[in-house]
Design a protein around this ligand. Sequence first.
Ligand SMILES: [Fe+2]
Ligand SMILES: [Fe+2]
Length: 268
Amino acid sequence: MSQSTLFHPLAEACLLEADTVAAKLQWIDALAACRADGRLVFAVTHPVKPASAVVLPLKPRLVEPRELPGRNFTTHSGRVAFFHALAHIEFTAILLALDMAYRFHGLPTAFYHDWLGVALEEALHFSLLNQRLAELGATYGDWPAHRGLWTTAEATAHDVLARLALVPRCMEARGLDVTPGMIERLQQHGAANDVALLQRIYTDEIGHVALGSRWFGHVCQTRAIEPEAAYFSLLQQHLHGDLRGPFNLEARRQAGFSEQELTRLAVA
Ligand SMILES: [Fe+2]
Ligand SMILES: [Fe+2]
């Protein structure tokens, strides 16, 4: 039987030590291999480091959103900007999911398996988008990228309930709201391969948000708190009313949002 490997130090090496995209992906590959062999153990070896200590890759250069190049589907540079922005979202999503499994303790083993599984799926999305960029003659890191995506991780690092509400059930759920519109625009430009790629990502993302809903419900249950009230209170606390719609109610329903939550979102 193969030796067991601790998840915690590998995740920490990926999040806190590796400072390039390639180095981080190597750790993700190592985690995937250990997981496939069934030899990963989710035990905590030492205190977790703050989310502010997580090292983002040296490239891409992170800038304010207004400094980013315009995205569209009619020019080559617009398409590169579009896929580069998506690749950045997926790369950050790898780190967000891994950090979920690294940072929060005392949850059932399934929680850690689920979020590592999400990290690996995000890595697949990233590699598909990076392949698409390569076809366009670009690579992730060549262009500047949005500075703000890790901010929510730092703001919610103190509490798994806040992290679940704000990352899968808000940031990723927002992806479900906007992706059908992107797919439609790609369809109008006859980009069948790109449509298939975004559709695949969209389907997987429903699963990520569904896991967010499931674990949000679990944590609420263990704390004996009412989930709808807790969710909207966390949104209010972190977004200060800046909750952007329109919402994709059907996708959110599939992703475990309750009817009560959807009704409240529909009037937000
Ligand atoms: Fe993804
Ligand atoms: Fe995701």
